[in-house]
Ligand binder design. Sequence first.
Ligand code: ME8
Length: 662
Amino acid sequence: MPERKEKFYITTPIYYTNGLPHIGHTYTTVVADVLRRYKKMRGYDVVMTTGTDEHGVNVERAAKNAGIPESEFAARMADAWRALWDELGLTADEFVRTTDLRHVRTVQWLFRLCKENGYVYKGHYTGLYCVYDNAFVNEPKPGNLCPDCDRPLETVTEENYFFKLSAFQKPLLDFYKKFPNFIQPESRKNEIISFVEGGLKDLSITRTTVRWGIPVPGEEPHVFYVWFDALNAYLSAVGGPDYEKRGMWPADVHLVGKDIIRFHTVYWPAFLMAAMLPLPKQVWAHGWFLMDAAKMSKSKGNVVLPRPIANMLGMDALRYFLLREIVFGQDGNFSYDALVTRYNSDLANGLGNLASRTAAMLEKNFAGKVPKPGARLPQDDVLAKEAQNAIGEVLERYDQFEFARALETIWSVIAAADKYLTTEQPWALGNSHDEESRKATILWTTAELLRIVAALAYPVLPDSATKVWRLLGQSNAIGTVELDGLHWEQLVPDTTLGKFQALFPRVEKTEAIERIEAMANEELNPTAARAAATSSHSAPPAGAASAPAASPAEKIGIEDFAKVEMRVGQVKTAERIVGADKLLKLTVDIGSEIRQICAGIAQYYEPEALIGRKVVVVVNLAPRKLRGVESNGMIVAASVGPEGRPVLAGFHEDVEVGARLK
Ligand code: ME8
């Protein structure tokens, strides 16, 4: 019987469905996908799980706002999340929705085990409660106001089931000591240990004030507290009560952001200990991607979306940037500028250029076949050694979750190959037997190096590594290459090369950023952008670079139009933005306030000529940043001619500032 492969089970958090994925969620899921591909290449039987966290007050409220039942709202959102992950090539082996029956059964089963083992009791919970939002509030605003709706909170007592978390202080501390790698990185571990040493209070794990949740069997109207519910997704994904059959539990690594480390390293192991189930082997808490030093959120208007970046630069570029830019475990700033800079320098000029140069020379000199190398010179052996040594080093880095350093090592090999070509100058060699032989050695060496680079980079750059692999005429799937068997001297002479496909075409930075931002604005405000465009006879709004007009098939109802609030504004100041030649920064009086708005009209309007001019402003757009400058609204303009020259919408009669357009 063939020996069973060793298993490796990876999870991402299951994400809340009251919004859509941004770059932060994408980060964790990309890391999980990289590990999944990497571990497969190391011979493991891998399962990766992601999913959606669908219960609780926030979804209840969002569904109410959308005017649809919670189940329908949750289903739509789960579909949207799943579809986006598929589109980005981040398909997990298991996608758990907390409304799945398999999950509901697992949560109820875990509760029963904890209760049977004596760790659950009925009690009362007293806290500040928002009657309007139906939710307990842990961190009220000054004056005991609700942080969500600003209304006064009331002190409410409700009957709850409690979990005896206090009984697990010592078992948890012992566990952390026995398994020193359980919490990663180290700095987080110390934080958790001191939290647990500070004492643990019992935890209320059911609610009677929330409706949209998993019912506690026989105890309605009790539903489970969202975290007792959500954490179980990791188990329900791989069999729930029948986890032994699938053989994947316990998880080898839970990947999470630092915001939810306590739930994963204190509550979750305590629940599992109480139920006498195996504990996960590791929780890895990475840092945050910040925008201007603040955590991203839709209300702040500073979210970065993955799709526009993937559309503009390719998903590989986004994956590379996320892993290369910040050290895994630490916080880092996200900026489009840094993204495009890295794209051009590391990807277009680095890997892309090496692959295209090599492909062109192989095609020209060896009729599209891998040449047979001749005698080696010391410099060939130096490069071979460097590539061979990189293999071990890169695997070590991946094993340690040091993704940035793994990529650094791979890129140092690429740089060495560039230097080698520049010194050896195969293009300058003639047609004598010796020179042909030298050329063959140089190009075989470069091609072999590219093969190794492709295999090592594949977990991070699956699309481009596959292109390089095919170029080198390799017929097996690159994702099935066994990294443990990868070594120098495996490229077989005479192999027919595949067709070269461009990897990373260079982009012009300003234009690339503007296009990404325009796509992001369209995605964040689809109705507003489209309705605004329709309102001025298909004019793209001047704050967004372009917005397709609604096609006849997609007519919008009056209720959609009514969502767009347009008012008459008057320009108070106007100035150019350094580094953004299409944008002007305006301040506009809209009657009730003065707004700062960026408009893509700089190539057609002189700032001074705009002062005092009356314009049409979409005032209820979520704020957003354009080239780092906050824009709080959008100026409406017609788009004229093939180049889309903006012409500001205006009035022939005098209109009052602040008047609403209907
Ligand atoms: O907390 N930078 O879901 P969530 C890096 N449903 N990572 C980020 C990030 C950022 N700016 N923003 C989000 C929940 N993340 C619960 C989880 S699990 C049983 C239940 C990532 O939608 C990061 O992984 O708020 C973070 O922990 C997670 O998204 C939070 O996702």
